[in-house]
Design a protein around this ligand. Structure first.
Ligand code: PLP
Length: 381
């Protein structure tokens, strides 16, 4: 593949950082995780950052720590990664899905209130492909009903609304450092929040509910357990990679933006394709990828178009392959009413995700655009 959809950018900086950790005695509970938390807090402007083993773990930890569980409901966007909903399920609560709006793929804020019941405890949102949700409106609804606002910010490193970084727009935000995201630690995640008491509770509950950290123990091995908790820690090896990646982050994000804009220009006026809306005014995307939505009449040709592009050396993907409530697990558990999620269905069934990552150049964007145009031409002739 000449132009892969995603590719982590790692070099001697990450390799040496990992080797340094391996040369020392501390693999967990060490200075690297703290240093990475501080760097991420500095980058986003968060007063508190808590490293975790993945975004999914972080989301689960948030609901668990807030005591959201059996009998409770959480509003979840239908158009997201399954982890957004799984975290609610894992906590024992019930996800109540809300359709996307058609322009950005973000949750349809107009439809949130109708989904709120006496059991609702939280609203979760996802900044879809990095495009910020209008959080002022979401927070307004949440305040009216006394609900927690959870941002699944897995694709939102670099996402800003009114100059405020994603994750600080609601009550708590969780990021992912999975390999193809904006930056990586191989596996990993970070929770940020303005609430220090909550952050301390998350720290306690991500590590068995043990009452004191290693550094605080007078007698080694002596501690008490004051709460139920997981082992959702990030290791020193993962954190060491993150410290190096965050130094490169401004460059990664600038390249994504330049690539996105070059690709958007190159695709303007292509027949049969609509692009999801990206940054405008107060809304600044992190440009995870460019989502091109095929007209309904062409939707059945999507596999052929993606295949033709692959033959031309251009990798593509689908974000996300199904509305989450249509996934077998959720469909079998809760039933599925297709008419309830027309916009999520359109994005799942008709869109092609095009690469804009920092592993690519603006010249590559010309190749991607030409490949899409030629592929459409080929399969419709
Ligand atoms: C990738 C992704 C996740 C899962 O992140 P992990 O770190 O792999 O757990 C969750 N939510 C969204 C929106 C994602 O894109």
């Amino acid at each position: 593949m000449k132009i892969p959809f995603g590719k982590p950018i790692l070099d001697d900086a990450e390799r040496n950082a990992v080797m340094d950790v391996l040369a020392g005695p501390i693999l967990v509970h060490g200075p690297k995780a703290t240093e990475f938390e501080d760097a991420f807090a500095g980058y986003t402007g968060a007063p508190n950052a808590v490293s975790v083993s993945s975004c999914t773990a972080g989301l689960h930890l948030v609901y668990f720590a807030k005591g959201i569980g059996a009998g409770d409901e959480v509003i979840v966007p239908a158009m997201t990664h399954t982890a957004t909903a799984h975290a609610v399920e894992l906590a024992g609560a019930t996800p109540v899905f809300v359709d996307a709006e058609s322009q950005t793929g973000n949750i349809d804020i107009n439809a949130i209130e109708a989904a709120i019941t006496k059991r609702t405890k939280a609203i979760s949102i996802v900044h879809f492909l990095g495009m910020p949700v209008d959080m002022e409106r979401v927070n307004g609804i949440a305040a009216k009903h006394g609900l927690l606002v959870v941002e699944d910010a897995a694709l939102a490193v670099g996402t800003m609304l009114d100059g405020v970084h994603a994750g600080l727009l609601g009550d708590v935000g969780v990021f992912s450092f999975y390999p193809v995201k904006h930056m990586t630690t191989a596996e990993g995640g970070m929770i940020i929040t303005r609430d220090k008491v909550f952050a301390d509770d998350l720290r306690l509950k991500k590590a068995f509910g043990v009452d004191r950290t290693h550094g605080e123990r007078k007698i080694p091995g002596m501690y008490d357990v004051v709460a139920l908790g997981f082992n959702y820690r990030m290791s020193e090896i993962h954190a060491a990679i993150g410290i190096e990646q965050i130094k490169k982050l401004p460059d990664f994000l600038a390249k994504r933006e330049a690539n996105y804009q070059a690709l958007e220009r190159a695709l303007s006026g292509v027949d049969g394709v609509t692009l999801l809306k990206s940054s405008f005014g107060r809304f600044k995307s992190s440009y995870y990828c460019l989502s091109a939505i095929l007209d309904a009449e062409m939707a059945h040709l999507r596999p052929d178009i993606m295949d033709a592009m692959k033959t031309m050396g251009v990798g593509t993907s689908v974000y996300y392959p199904q509305p989450v409530p249509r996934m077998t697990y959720y469909r079998e558990k809760y039933g599925y009413d297709a008419k309830a999620y027309p916009n999520a269905e359109r994005i799942s069934d008709q869109s092609i995700a095009l690469p804009v990552g920092p592993h690519l150049s603006e010249d590559d964007m010309k190749v991607v655009a030409a490949a899409l145009k030629n592929a459409i031409h080929e399969v419709t002739k």
